[in-house]
Design a protein around this ligand. Structure first.
Ligand code: HEM
Ligand SMILES: *[C@@H]1O[C@H](CO)[C@@H](O)[C@H](O)[C@H]1NC(C)=O
Length: 507
């Protein structure tokens, strides 16, 4: 009794100091109890992974801050197997079938996107919508991305690629070693500005980024900062104190400028001489028609979605072609045979080259442009993924770099072997690659929310790579582009791709 009285007396002597001690003790025991729960009774305890990751979000968030998340997750899969608990409430999968079970048609009805944030309060682009709203928007744009629409893009696309090759032919006369990656980004922006915004960015012509483009590049970094900060949970507001705010504000400018361009384009109306995205969209009437706000935010999304991943794949492919001259020679030989009587490489004849397709796939396998995972959350009734029962409210994703580059799914995984993408009965298909789990390779995702620009992206990449590979000889000059040393945030934080570029010697 007297000891309690004594304690009380001591407490009252220093009320604030003691209150602070009690709060500290309470908060500490909350974290301790939660940590113990997360490694004992939590529904995810049966999944392998490091204890620290089961207890706390911090390891994954720090790994994200350093831009090394995809690489760190790959290390975890190497050690713990094809399903790993990478955060207290998150699993990463690299199993065959996991794409379909997480992103396929049936799954999309149940698993919602997780960790995507909305950019404008009044209208959302298709990327951040779901259900009916998503399918309405998606079908409104579908015609604009159809095979037919892509073929109609051929003259515009060809003109941009011609321009690039002509500019580079001038460039190599003055300077042979330069950052080829920058040119790939110039081109990607020029093409998409033309197709979706009725705008000539003229990055290639001016050999520099249009101010709009420069703004976006800073914004990519800022967004990944916010995404990582969210992983800190309750601590996020403190982390946000360090956010690169002026770059985040850039999104407002981007949205405003895109909206302005869309309105200018709509004022022109259905113009038969144009075959951009809006030509197709304006044909939607009634229910299917989009609101002005929806058109504006989607236009802003296209610019972002269509440039970074595309120029990453172009860089990856040119890098591998420079490292593997024998692949480049074989590619040239095949392209020349596809050309036939056309006498030039076109969108139509490059589409017919299986080896070109194989080269692009193999470089996306080794250098996926979206190396991390696109997160979804399991519904209240739980969900089955690759035959495994996953508890409710679990965040799940396929981490692409891990899925594409571990021996679980591919033979001789760190070797660049385009032949592995040839048909199984093709004489050049290496026997040891017949067991590759090709269905795990889904750089564009699968299901109703996969990439709407997949066909356009392949058409662009094929024409650009074919033209470049047949016009120039390239050599890697340093290890600045070494792929395993790179960092990635929302997209890759791509270092310069320094190549020695010369006009091709035709013997
Ligand atoms: C190599 C190039 C590309 C890759 C690897 C790629 C990859 C992807 C992936 C993985 C998604 C799913 C995102 C998610 O679930 O969060 C996606 C969505 C999307 N992509 Fe691409 N993309 C590429 C090029 C393009 C191009 C050229 C466009 C053209 C405008 C485009 C437009 C979109 C759009 C609008 C979405 C959202 C679709 C929806 O939510 O229904 N992408 N892309
Ligand atoms: C390349 O990969 C895509 C997945 O993006 C797949 O559908 C296609 O069959 C592959 N093609 C070749 C030739 O490897």
């Amino acid at each position: 009794m007297s000891s309690i009285a004594k304690l009380l007396e001591q407490f009252l002597a220093h009320p604030f100091k003691n209150l602070a001690a009690i709060i500290t003790a309470a908060v500490t025991s909350f974290f301790v109890v939660r940590a113990i729960y997360r490694v004992t009774f939590h529904p995810l305890v049966r999944f392998p992974g490091p204890k620290l990751r089961a207890i706390s979000h911090l390891p994954h968030a720090f790994s994200g801050e350093r831009g090394r998340q995809p690489y760190d997750v790959r290390e975890l899969h190497k050690k713990y197997g094809p399903v790993v608990r990478i955060c207290p409430n998150q699993l990463s999968f690299i199993t065959p079938g996991s794409w379909e079970d997480i992103h396929g048609h049936a799954a999309t009805k149940k698993l919602l996107k997780y960790g995507y944030f909305k950019v404008r309060p009044d209208a959302q682009p298709m990327l951040t919508t779901s259900g009916e709203e998503h399918s309405r928007q998606r079908s409104a744009f579908a015609h604009g991305f159809s095979q037919r629409a892509i073929s109609e893009q051929s003259p515009t696309l060809t003109a941009h690629v011609d321009n690039l090759i002509a500019m580079l032919e001038q460039k190599v006369k003055q300077e042979s070693v330069f950052d080829v990656g920058e040119w790939m980004r110039f081109l990607a922006f020029d093409i998409i500005g033309d197709f979706t915004l009725n705008t000539q960015f003229e990055c290639v012509k001016n050999q520099r980024y249009h101010p709009w483009v420069a703004l976006l590049m800073k914004w990519f970094r800022a967004v990944s900062f916010v995404t990582n900060a969210n992983a800190f949970g309750q601590l996020a507001p403190f982390i946000m104190l360090f956010a690169p705010v002026e770059h985040l504000k850039g999104v407002k400018d981007h949205l405003d400028m895109s909206a302005q361009k869309v309105r200018e384009r709509l004022a022109i109306g259905d113009d038969p001489t144009r075959n951009d995205l809006w030509t197709y969209l304006l044909r939607n009437k009634g229910d299917k028609a989009l609101s002005l706000g929806e058109m504006e935010v989607n236009a802003a999304l296209f610019i972002i979605a269509a440039t970074e991943p595309l120029s990453d794949v172009l860089c990856g492919t040119l890098y591998f072609l420079a490292l593997y001259p024998e692949v480049r020679e074989k590619l040239r030989a095949e392209l020349e045979s596809c050309m036939g009587s056309d006498d030039a490489l076109t969108m139509a004849n490059t589409a017919r080259s299986p080896y070109l397709h194989a080269v692009i796939n193999e470089s996306m396998r080794m250098y996926p442009p979206i190396p991390g995972g696109m997160r979804r959350k399991t519904p209240p009734q739980g969900h089955t993924i690759s035959g495994i029962e996953i508890p409710p409210d679990t965040v799940v994703a396929v981490y692409q770099l891990a899925a594409f580059t571990l021996p679980n799914n591919f033979a001789r995984t760190d070797q660049f072997i385009p032949e592995r993408w040839l048909p199984a009965d093709h004489p050049e298909r290496p026997k040891d690659t017949l067991g590759d789990h090709q269905d795990v390779f889904q750089p564009f995702s699968v299901g109703p929310k996969n990439c709407i620009g997949k066909g356009l992206a392949y058409a662009e990449m094929k024409l650009i790579i074919a033209r470049f590979a047949c016009a120039f000889d390239c050599k890697v000059v340093d290890d600045g582009f070494a792929i395993d040393k790179q960092t990635a945030y929302l997209f890759r934080d791509r270092p310069p791709l320094k190549l020695e570029v010369k006009m091709r010697k035709v013997s």
